[in-house]
Ligand binder design. Structure first.
Ligand code: ARG
Length: 406
């Protein structure tokens, strides 16, 4: 009996051509497609297509809720933006995809996993790091990395093996999508001086076409995660889909980013993350009134480390787990509602409240007679606060002149 291999199958040409290629290598191919909320993809057609091309089995696994609740949630709570811009859309789905693939491999007595990454990207690292961590014995095949084919050769091979070549195969872009957004690279985007053409975008309107009326949405958070929009409770996956649509209409969440890849090169990517832009801006704003001063100033250090661990394929690592425990501890008080204005490409927090956890005290902040701040206490504070620097200056006179001796 032939060895079985589980293939991460997207339905695109690369992973379709991988089916006969793996069969030629002597494997029986089990195709697995994870539904992480790819926009507008007919997931059932993908399942059928794999069987038609020659997979012995084809599974669709619905990972949307798990993705939202266990993966996207970590990005929201830790305000994770790689290099200050990219909310980790693609990086985030990889560990979940691998978890499901490894499970399918075990359930079906398969000996290997195949993924469709190229040899130049971060995704191969994320896939293979996760496979090694979950099952170090597992064999890995990376057909696209190994083909070394030109586009023409790939199409030729597809024709010879009855793999349908999509009509839009001319599409110069390499696209990866899930609930949390869309990543688009390659083609004309490879030259960073080229402005991204209109067809590089799919989830967001160009700002010229956005409504002249703003939309306002109240986003309620519990323990740092969004639970309702305009008082309507929704599970997180649905809330993200809802906001992607609404914020997309307002042209929100377009990111044009030249980033540093883990494997050493710089790459230019166009991201669309409408819901992420709204939710993450609102979340940060709510933290501004609920996190204590020292926590608020220290948390970004941890956030940055978490962000880089996710980007750099270390989802499965003790450091990542430990840092998330810290983040979770901080989020206990991040409860309340933020009013977001969606208008002409921007999501802005315009009001916020927290019934039980707001540390903002109007009594302390006000300049009116309602003031309860002891201003006289400030006088002594200034003397003691600056004492070490004052002594240093008096001794060394870096900024001041020594008094002339009389
Ligand atoms: N550069 C992004 C990352 O490393 C996205 C990778 C996938 N992008 C794509 N367009 N296929 O996370």
């Amino acid at each position: 009996m032939a060895d079985k291999i589980v293939l991460a199958y997207s339905g695109g040409l690369d992973t379709s051509v991988a089916i006969p290629w793996l069969k030629d290598k002597g494997y029986e191919v089990i195709a697995v497609s994870l539904d992480v909320g790819q926009h507008g993809k007919q997931i059932e057609n993908i399942q059928k297509k794999a069987l038609k091309i020659g997979a012995i089995q084809s599974f669709i696994i619905d990972g949307k809720d798990e993705f939202a609740e266990n993966y996207v949630s970590k990005v929201i709570k830790s305000n994770a933006l790689y290099e200050g811009e990219y909310p980790l859309v693609s990086a985030l789905s990889r560990p979940l995809i691998i978890e499901k693939l490894v499970q399918t491999t075990h359930d079906n007595n398969a000996v290997a996993i195949a993924h469709g990454s190229t040899g130049k990207g971060n995704d191969q690292v994320r896939f293979e790091a996760a496979i090694h961590a979950l099952d170090p014995e597992m064999k890995i095949e990376a057909p696209i990395r190994d083909f070394q084919w030109s586009r023409e050769e790939e199409i030729e091979y597809a024709h010879q093996h009855n793999v349908p070549v999509p009509i839009n195969f001319d599409s110069p872009y390499s696209i990866d999508e899930n609930l949390w957004g869309r990543s688009n690279e390659a083609g004309i985007l490879e030259n960073p001086w080229n402005q991204a053409p209109a067809d590089a975008y799919a989830l967001t309107s160009p700002v010229e076409d956005t409504p002249d009326e703003a939309d306002f949405v109240d986003i309620e958070f519990k323990n740092g995660l969004p639970i309702s929009v305009n008082d309507q409770e929704m599970k997180m996956a649905d809330l993200i889909v809802y906001l992607n649509k609404l914020a997309g209409i307002h042209g929100i969440g377009r990111i044009d980013h030249v980033e540093n890849r883990l494997i050493g090169i710089k790459s230019r990517e166009i991201y669309e993350t409408p819901a992420a832009a709204v939710i993450m801006t609102a979340h940060k704003d709510l933290e501004d009134i609920t996190l204590e001063h020292d926590v608020a100033h220290f948390k970004p250090i941890i956030e940055q480390k978490i962000t880089n661990l996710i980007y750099n394929a270390m989802w499965i690592s003790p450091l990542f787990d430990a840092l998330n425990k810290f983040i979770d501890e901080t989020q206990k008080v991040v409860n309340g509602t933020v009013k977001m204005k969606l208008y002409k490409g921007t999501a802005t927090a315009v009001a916020r409240k927290s019934e039980n956890n707001s540390l903002y005290s109007e009594k302390l902040a006000t300049y009116t007679s309602a003031n309860s701040f002891d201003e006289q206490a400030a006088v002594g504070f200034m003397k003691l606060y600056t004492l070490p620097a004052t002594v240093y200056e008096q001794v060394n006179h870096i900024h001041s002149k020594e008094k002339e001796e009389i």
